[in-house]
Ligand binder design. Structure first.
Ligand SMILES: Cc1ncc(COP(=O)(O)O)c(C=O)c1O
Length: 404
């Protein structure tokens, strides 16, 4: 066989029905796509950011940059963490990546030997598992507690760590806060308890905080960097969501600690950055401006998050009219992740439900099992309210019909 054994893990469930959607579109049908969380498709990247990218190109800033990122961008990230979280970073604590996507690859390739495990909570962001498996590691699955608004049961976490640590070589605990796909924000006391457990059992904490400014409904976000108290931790963040610049492909890995593990991690992430030479230069200049121009950023993010809050709450309310769905209210990001009563709808699995819904009602969503949580669906609530209304009405009609 020409392909490697592990290449089978290169899969993305969010796009798995794209071929079907394209066939429908080619045959003249109009498909509503609620599968990809691409914010910049619905909210154009703010002008001041676009202008900074254009300026960089005109000034011929089109070369390879320092592999860990241009000093202007590193300074901007330092300023952001001081301003938002009172966390003091040094230059070497920050590595620029081609999105969090590349950061995940650096993380897993740096940490996992064959058979090593990372603790991942279901539902998880789809890229975590391929990234772990392609590094020949293994995911050790636990579940967020849907009954408690997708909180983490820290007693259960402790039990599993104690039971499995020696046997499975657990390297790190992965958190997604705010969460895709559930839209929940972890409580400060949950994070503090996890920090204590990581400390006690010598585990690294990794927190994907890419939506840390897309928080609403009066929810309060705490960064792991604020509570980590000397536990080695890696924060993943970037420009895609908070700065509404998905296509710029800029991310950051932040390792604030001074302990031996943290020092090894920052050095190794920098080595990985060196191997892939450079991140897109004009995009780095644009993102440096996007972060450091706090006046423009505040204006842009305030307006965008206010609009997202309205859209998500609107869609959440409409979904509440469907007796076959049960949804925890999201307070961040822009996803809604209802539990779906497949049995009453006469479906064996969420995959069939999602494909048939697309075929019959021309709305593309994602199956929950793609995030490790069967009997759920993920809806991206980014389009304008009339589009969301149309899509959810179709979903509600579809369920009514299938339940008969
Ligand atoms: C939780 C989470 N992490 C990472 C990413 C990927 O981010 P990037 O665009 O920086 O690669 C996404 C994108 O949807 C996400 O939802």
């Amino acid at each position: 066989m020409v392909l490697s054994e592990r290449s089978k893990y290169a899969l993305n469930p969010i796009d798995e029905d794209n071929e079907l959607a394209e066939r429908l579109i080619k045959s003249g049908k109009k498909v509503i796509a609620l599968n990809r969380g691409d914010i910049s498709l619905y909210f154009p990247t703010p002008k001041y950011i676009e202008n900074a990218a254009i300026r960089a190109i005109k000034e011929n800033k089109t070369y390879y940059t320092r592999s860990s990122g241009i000093p202007e961008l590193i300074d901007a990230v330092k300023g952001r963490y001081k301003r938002m979280f009172n966390v003091k970073l040094k230059e070497e604590d920050i590595i620029t990546t081609q999105g969090v996507s590349e950061g995940l690859y650096f993380l897993n390739a740096s940490l996992l030997n064959p058979g090593n495990h990372a603790i991942i909570f279901r539902p998880y962001y789809t890229q975590y598992v391929p990234s772990i498996e392609l590094s020949e590691g293994k995911a050790y699955y636990l579940d967020y507690d849907e009954e408690r608004e997708w909180d983490i049961d820290t007693d259960e976490l402790e039990d599993h760590i104690k039971r499995m640590k020696e046997k499975r070589g657990i390297k790190y605990i992965m958190l997604t806060n705010p969460n895709n796909p559930t839209g929940t924000v972890l409580k400060k006391n949950t994070l503090e308890r996890i920090v204590d457990l990581a400390n006690e059992h010598k585990l690294i904490l990794v927190s994907d905080e890419i939506y840390d400014e897309v928080v609403y409904n009066k929810a309060k976000f705490t960064s792991v960097a604020q509570v980590a108290k000397g536990v080695p931790h890696v924060i993943l963040n970037g420009a895609s969501k908070n700065l509404d610049a998905t296509g710029f492909r800029i991310g950051f890995m932040i390792v604030p600690g001074e302990d031996k593990t943290s020092m090894e991690l920052k050095k190794k992430f920098a080595d990985f950055a060196g191997v892939r030479v450079s991140v897109n230069a004009p995009a780095q200049y644009a993102v440096a401006e996007a972060i450091s121009n706090t006046k423009e950023h505040r204006k842009a993010i305030g307006k965008m998050v206010g609009e997202i809050e309205g859209r998500v709450n609107f869609a959440f309310k409409l979904l509440g009219e469907n007796p076959y769905l049960q949804t925890v209210r999201p307070n961040s990001a822009y996803y809604i992740f209802p539990r779906i009563d497949l049995k009453s709808l006469n479906y064996n699995n969420d995959r069939e439900f999602v494909s048939e819904f697309l075929r019959e009602k021309l709305v593309q969503i994602t199956r929950g099992s793609g995030f490790g949580a069967r009997s759920h669906i993920r809806i991206v609530a980014l389009p304008a309210k009339p589009v969301l209304e149309e899509a959810i009405n179709r979903l509600n009609e579809f369920c009514e019909k299938k339940a008969r």
